[in-house]
Unconditional design. Structure first.
Length: 411
């Protein structure tokens, strides 16, 4: 086929617009590995952000500051021969959960501040040892120190990269000594999962688990990777009367339904929507869950209930623990008492997400209208469709139509 110059330009335009549509849009705002890769003096620091899996956690957060240390400064730390878990604690102390550009550092209200770090967020920092003291010093210097070490140990060197207000990467003079972060850390299989849950708003679930053989199932799964979705105390407490009504088998299955036998950090839940098996899954009964994003919000669906993840309680490979706003009710145990399934609307519109009056099975503390109307197996499809409708992108659709039309014209 001979193409005129005009046709060639049009063809290029088609290819370009198709490429725009088909290429995955950038899903992450920043990539710390990539940012640091431009600076060879931070290659050791960068390497350990990857091996400790902190890089993922950093990429999944916004409004943070990474205090990087150059290769010479890392030598001291590596000389201590810490376990990978302790190393992760030390490095996570160098990720501040706030945005500190050079300007803000030199302009701290009252000259001193305590910044929470990712070490604090993991829940493994005892007391206030997950905080870093930032203090403006004489001569325009800025000092940093781990609170548990009680002093100023390092100083600000320079700003490496600032992407306001998502991520600021700065260089500090050395690794912050912290006796607590460096302390020998138990490997994951010695982790007290019920202790962690109890300390972070899931005490009722943890106690229920401790009284059940399901606890063994959870414990023995940690080494191979485990994700726990624990209902918060309010949700679990109001569910207890129904729980007590279940048979012994039913109780165990319900608890095991809240565990997934692989490590799924928040990033992978956000990027891998779809059905997942649980610890309760066996060949005969399915006991599966559906993970579905609603923007940045991760939801877990069964045909009976839609629960939202309200917080990350713990995330350290191979164990992730999330808090839910509701108890997950498997169809296998709660189907019987459901209202008859309403026929799905033929052409679901965005308004299909409005609450339905016939909802019977819902753990009490429900946020107003945050739910989708999943009432029985058929409703699953409705929910998926209406979600699709909400996400429908008119602009892209128009571009696709236009491109196809151009292609047809050219041929
Ligand atoms: C900051 O993060 C948000 C959300 O991920 C993103 O939309 C935005 O483009 C980022 N800003 C910059 C300057 O990268
Ligand atoms: C971040 O960048 C590194 C190096 O460029 C790359 O290997 C890695 O896949 C990126 N990570 C993500 C999540 O895009
Ligand atoms: C700064 O100091 C003033 C006076 O001492 C005090 O009232 C204020 O709370 C301090 N602000 C912060 C953020 O610590
Ligand atoms: C930070 O450390 C300095 C020096 O040890 C101390 O004077 C200051 O009170 C500390 N700041 C905070 C907020 O604890
Ligand atoms: C786990 O933590 C709970 C609550 O903190 C505690 O009662 C229990 O003794 C701990 N179990 C182990 C094995 O350390
Ligand atoms: C428990 O089961 C009994 C008998 O089936 C029923 O009457 C009662 O309503 C149930 N209680 C709850 C809280 O589901």
């Amino acid at each position: 086929m001979q193409l005129t110059p005009a046709a060639t330009v049009a063809a290029a335009a088609v290819v370009f617009s198709l490429a725009l549509i088909l290429l995955p849009s950038p899903s992450e705002a920043h990539n710390i590995t990539k940012i640091l890769a431009e600076f060879p003096e931070f290659s050791t620091f960068n390497h350990f952000l990857t091996t400790t899996h902190l890089a993922n956690d950093i990429n999944n957060r916004e409004t943070i500051t990474v205090c990087a240390v150059d290769n010479a400064g890392m030598a001291d730390l590596l000389g201590k021969h810490l376990s990978i878990f302790a190393l992760k604690n030390v490095l996570s102390l160098h990720v501040l959960l706030d945005y500190f550009g050079a300007k803000k550092l030199h302009d701290i209200t009252n000259g001193t501040a305590l910044a929470a770090t990712m070490y604090q967020a993991t829940g493994s920092a005892p007391g206030s040892s997950g905080f870093v003291n930032i203090t403006d010093l004489k001569g325009g210097k800025v000092g940093f120190g781990a609170v548990d070490n009680g002093g100023i140990d390092a100083t600000f060197v320079k700003s490496v990269k600032e992407i306001p207000y998502n991520i600021s990467v700065i260089q500090i003079s050395k690794i912050l000594p912290s006796p607590d972060a460096e302390a020998p850390t138990p490997g994951p299989s010695q982790m007290n999962i019920t202790g962690i849950m109890s300390a972070h708003g899931c005490k009722v679930f943890a106690e229920t688990l401790l009284a059940s053989p399901a606890e063994q199932t959870f414990d023995s799964s940690v080494d191979g990777g485990l994700t726990i979705f624990c209902p918060g105390d309010a949700a679990m407490k109001s569910f207890l009367p129904k729980f007590k009504n279940l048979t012994a088998d039913g109780k165990q299955s319900l608890l095991e339904f809240h565990g997934v036998p692989i490590y799924e950090p928040e990033s992978s839940l956000k990027s891998n929507n779809g059905p997942i098996n649980t610890l309760a899954t066996d060949g005969a009964k399915k006991f599966g869950l559906v993970v579905q994003n609603d923007g940045q919000q991760v939801t877990l669906k069964t045909p009976v209930v839609t629960a939202r993840i309200t917080s990350t309680i713990f995330d350290e490979q191979p164990l992730a623990i999330f808090e839910l706003d509701k108890v997950l009710l498997p169809r296998e145990l709660f189907k019987g008492s459901l209202a008859p399934t309403p026929a799905p609307a033929p052409a679901p519109e965005p308004v299909a997400d409005a609450p339905e009056p016939s909802k019977k099975h819902k753990s009490p503390p429900a946020p107003p209208a945050a739910d989708s109307p999943a009432d029985g197996p058929a409703a699953d499809q409705t929910a998926a469709d209406s979600n699709g409708a909400v996400r429908f992108d008119g602009g892209r659709f128009a571009t696709v139509c236009f491109s196809l039309w151009l292609i047809i014209l050219l041929l």
